[in-house]
Design a protein around this ligand. Structure first.
Ligand SMILES: [Zn+2]
Length: 131
């Protein structure tokens, strides 16, 4: 976890960004326990495994909490804590969410900037409206 809470590429998070480059949300999974974990999880507290698999998540999530992070030289970027459909919580950026509220259905979309890593942002999942 870095200072603004969003996953950054390093030796451990490479598969997360390789997945994002292909529009896939990759998170960690402990196969023996059938449990999913956030992309920055370091191990499985259930069985003590130190190495978790990477597996593709659905990209569906709900908003847990959010804050506006004022980044150096940039526009205010809403930083969100989301609960993925698979269970784990992770940090990410919101995109185009004008009225954030707890429990708002979200779906991951992928940004492919000219410079820097592809990464997910979370948009309101309008297909879930009214459910
Ligand atoms: Zn486990």
């Amino acid at each position: 976890m870095n200072v603004d809470g969003v996953v950054r590429r390093d030796a451990r998070s490479g598969p997360f960004f390789d997945g994002a480059a292909r529009d896939r949300l990759m998170i960690r999974r402990c196969a023996p326990c059938d449990r999913w974990y956030a992309p920055d999880a370091g191990g499985c507290p259930e069985c003590g495994a130190e190495e978790l698999d990477w597996a593709e998540a659905s990209g569906r999530a709900v908003l847990v909490s959010w804050a506006v992070a004022h980044l150096r030289g940039g526009d205010p970027a809403p930083l969100a804590l989301v609960e993925l459909a698979e269970g784990p919580w992770m940090y990410g950026r919101l995109h185009g969410v004008t009225a954030p509220r707890e429990g708002l259905p979200l779906r991951a979309r992928f940004v492919h900037p000219d410079e820097g890593e592809s990464h997910p942002v979370f948009e309101e999942d309008r297909e879930d409206r009214g459910l």
